[in-house]
Design a protein around this ligand. Structure first.
Ligand SMILES: [Zn+2]
Length: 288
């Protein structure tokens, strides 16, 4: 989800001043390590364990480290907060807010035990949580860096998230992508669905489409690592045939538009950071 774009207006204004006056002083210089975070105390006592668990596990600190290579002109804050019952997440005014209600939904949707195919219960929690933060980060990046978006921004944000997840180590990429796809897949109860026509008019693609889309990008990126996704029929063969091209398009866009805003020296530490911080969290979740 995405709310108003005051920063876009400010940046456009800054650009205008720059061109008119001919001085760069109006626009702050972009730099890495611009991610801040905030654990807001939950309003609903039922969310206290989620707050405590995230805090103890330093979840936002790890996301901060993961996103530190992004070069931004302003700080971007990652926030978890109570939303009075709304299971939502959004970006606005240089703040990403993820509701405890949404995190509770993700936990509720996780299977009671590990799944066949090497997917753990923890993966079905960590994958969607990472995807939510990366999806909102995409909105922030598009907005703060004035990235042109062709097509629907919600789909582009999903693509951004998938792309970043695929930059993890192979094992982590597989676990987070499949965990995220599982989260959407459980919202489609069977091969036939009946939905109110209005649900097709939303700004987001449907859960089924979002699951197919991320599986397609993953399969397009690595046919071997995600071979079973097609073999087992999670991704239909007809779609699978075009996934390499879909991934190439995404790779081209990310390389052209986003890579210039990534601090390459910090990005080099990305895999190590992730592996170090997430294995502990996965072990922790597995015990529950
Ligand atoms: Zn969104």
């Amino acid at each position: 989800m995405m709310r108003h774009k005051p920063a876009a207006v400010a940046a456009a204004l800054a650009a205008t001043i720059f061109w008119t006056v001919g001085t760069a002083s109006a626009a702050p210089k972009s730099k890495p390590n611009q991610i801040k975070y905030e654990y807001v105390s939950p309003k609903d006592p039922a969310h206290q364990p989620i707050h405590d668990q995230m805090r103890q596990g330093r979840a936002l600190e790890h996301l901060q480290e993961l996103l530190s290579p992004l070069r931004l002109s302003y700080p971007l804050t990652l926030k978890v907060a109570g939303c009075d019952g709304a299971a939502n997440a959004w970006y606005g005014d240089e703040v990403i807010t993820v509701c405890y209600e949404m995190l509770a939904d993700i936990l509720k949707g996780a299977p009671p035990q590990d799944l066949p195919g090497g997917l753990s219960r923890a993966d079905t929690v960590l994958g969607p949580i990472l995807a939510v933060f990366l999806h909102e980060t995409a909105h922030a990046v598009f907005n703060m860096l004035q990235i042109p978006v062709l097509g629907r921004e919600e789909d582009a944000a999903d693509q951004f998230a998938a792309y970043v997840m695929l930059r993890l180590s192979k094992d982590e990429a597989r676990r987070t992508i499949l965990g995220y796809a599982y989260h959407h897949a459980i919202q489609m109860p069977g091969p036939q669905v009946t939905v109110p026509i209005q649900s097709l008019s939303g700004e987001h693609s449907t859960p089924a489409q979002r699951a197919f889309n991320i599986l397609c990008i993953a399969y397009g990126a690595d046919k071997t690592l995600f071979a079973d996704v097609v073999e087992k029929g999670f991704l239909p063969k007809d779609r699978a045939e075009v996934c390499a091209r879909e991934y190439d398009d995404l790779n081209f866009a990310m390389t052209k538009l986003i890579k210039p805003h990534i601090d390459q020296r910090l990005a080099g530490k990305f895999h190590g950071t992730w592996a170090r911080t997430v294995s502990a969290r996965r072990a922790n979740l597995a015990r529950r």
